[in-house]
Design a binder for this molecule. Structure first.
Ligand SMILES: Cc1cc2nc3c(=O)[nH]c(=O)nc-3n(C[C@H](O)[C@H](O)[C@H](O)COP(=O)(O)O)c2cc1C
Length: 504
């Protein structure tokens, strides 16, 4: 593949490329005196993701992923939807009633194109079930499934509850988007479920007899997004590897699906148009982004946290233990610039392991819990007890006999509070902010350098997706020219914005 030197291409209209000196073109500005080139669509050009968009009624194949604790809330999802694009509400850490209210809020805004996330919670199955039920009740048109590692009866229930046949074709009550970094699991979910899984879903009352019969012969999901190195939970792989691994068995998969179409997208690291264009060249049906949406006006993240995000370089990220699946050893990718959270959380993890194994009475662990978190273990334990007494008192009963669980709960207190401090903009705790973030945010920052959209207050969610989409299209066009060795414009690292790209 030919790439252009310094080719942070330009943001443009659908039909032209503009190459010019660094800067932003605003309405009424004259075109740059030198270096401007316009590039119309190439003859015979097919749009990336065209069939995916046509199938699901979307204006563009760029999707906005779920962000926990409602960071992607109704405001963000509605803005994305206003451009005919798909965004997901982040339900993790929010009660079912929040999902119901958000669904009503979206309906009130006339927004019918939206989705919400169901995160698998092996340690909190009641909470997972409560959200799953609410997804059905709120009639979410799309459900994104994450943290699952195998097909479960719950997945099968969501896939076929309310499904029917029309004109010989399965019509689902909701579309499922499975997000995973495990190609073998993706393959299993793209095929029909086992009889045992269907029976288990029916036994739970999630499927009628007719729905169960449909389930036996149809694939569990039609859409999969393979996620590489991303914000939050990640195993840091490259999306290209995952995509190639799944494509390798494509023919067999289509046979198992009896020819029913499937849609494979990618996620993880997409923050500038060149990377998105690479996904189109690889043959992805769609691209899902997360990090770059967190630093938009509509994201329910604290202002201070957004200021920190737009200052990040691509490598200002690191790994830390995850609050939600701490006992399972899960880790998350977070911002490391302007906050010591990752360093402290890793120290605390070491503290937690030592405390779980038990040191002789009175022996103090170094550094101490208080030195790491700023809170004495006694105060922290009292607050932890008060929290769990309301949420799930059974946990406290188990903790009485388990030093390991007590230590884990103390560690999880800090891991849980640190993301809340960021959302609330608690200045005193800025150095403890936990902000989920992948290298994509820094890549966006580099791309937008010198442009007014560097300031997140100027940047909308819909606008960010549209910019990436259009600029990726023009990047593909320029690469096509390069392939035919046609003369190319001299390119400089710019984000030239046309009038209609200005902040909405
Ligand atoms: C602040 C934040 C919170 C996230 N929370 C969730 C979540 O609760 N559930 C989930 O499936 N993915 C979550 N993600 C991941 C995104 O949905 C998306 O898959 C990911 O960010 C894509 O990779 P990227 O960050 O490199 O763009 C979160 C991402 C961010 C930035």
């Amino acid at each position: 593949m030919h790439t252009l030197p310094d080719a942070h291409l330009l943001a443009l209209t659908d039909t032209s490329v503009v190459v010019g000196p660094r800067g932003v073109r605003r309405a009424g500005d004259q075109p740059p005196a030198t270096g401007e080139v316009r590039l119309a669509p190439l003859e015979g050009e097919t749009r990336p993701g065209e069939r995916f968009c046509a199938r699901f009624g979307l204006a563009s194949p760029l999707l906005s992923g779920a962000m926990a604790h409602g960071i992607s809330g109704p405001e963000l999802v509605a803005d994305v939807s206003s451009g005919g694009m798909l965004g997901f509400l982040g339900t993790a850490g929010r009660p079912p009633v929040w999902l119901l209210q958000s669904a009503r809020d979206l309906a009130g805004r006339g927004c019918h194109l939206w989705g919400a996330n169901l995160i698998h919670q092996p340690g909190a199955s009641q909470q997972e079930e409560a959200i799953a039920r609410t997804l059905v009740e709120s009639r979410a048109p799309w459900v994104s499934l994450s943290a699952f590692v195998q097909v479960t009866p719950r997945m099968v229930g969501l896939a076929f509850q309310g499904a029917r046949k029309e004109g010989g074709h399965l019509v689902r009550a909701r579309e499922l988007l499975l997000k995973t970094s495990l190609p073998a699991f993706a393959r299993a979910a793209l095929g029909p479920p086992s009889k045992e899984l269907v029976l288990a879903a029916a036994a739970k009352g999630w499927l009628t007899r007719e729905e169960a019969l449909l389930a036996i012969t149809h694939p569990v999901v039609d859409c999969v997004v393979l996620e590489g190195d991303s914000a939050g939970h990640t195993d840091g792989r490259q999306w290209t590897e995952l995509f190639d691994a799944l494509q390798a068995g494509r023919e067999q998969l289509l046979q198992a699906r009896r020819g029913r179409e499937m849609w494979i997208g990618v996620a993880g690291g997409f923050g500038e148009p060149g990377e998105v264009a690479r996904a189109w060249e690889a043959g992805a049906d769609f691209v899902l982004v997360g990090s770059v949406m967190q630093s938009t006006r509509q994201a329910e993240q604290g202002e201070l946290a957004k200021d920190m995000l737009v200052a990040a370089a691509p490598d200002d990220v690191g790994m830390a233990p995850a609050a939600d699946m701490y006992e399972f050893g899960a880790r998350v990718q977070v911002l490391t610039r302007g906050t010591s959270f990752a360093r402290r959380a890793n120290l605390l993890d070491t503290w937690g392991r030592a405390a779980a194994n038990g040191l002789p009475d009175g022996e103090e662990l170094e550094p101490s819990y208080e030195a790491i978190t700023g809170e004495s273990p006694q105060t922290a334990w009292e607050a932890t007890q008060a929290f769990w007494a309301i949420r799930d008192p059974e946990v406290l009963v188990r903790a009485e006999d388990s030093r390991r669980l007590r230590a884990a709960l103390l560690v999880r207190r800090y891991l849980g509070l640190s993301s809340r401090w960021a959302r609330r903009g608690d200045v005193d705790r800025q150095d403890d902010f936990q902000i989920w973030c992948g290298p994509a945010q820094g890549r966006l920052n580099v791309w937008l350098t010198g442009c007014h959209l560097q300031d997140w207050r100027q940047r909308g969610a819909r606008q960010t997706l549209e910019l990436l989409w259009r600029a990726s299209l023009t990047t593909v066009r320029v690469w096509s020219l390069a392939r035919y060795e046609l003369p190319l414009p001299a390119v400089c690292p710019v984000a030239w914005l046309m009038e209609d790209d200005d902040a909405r």
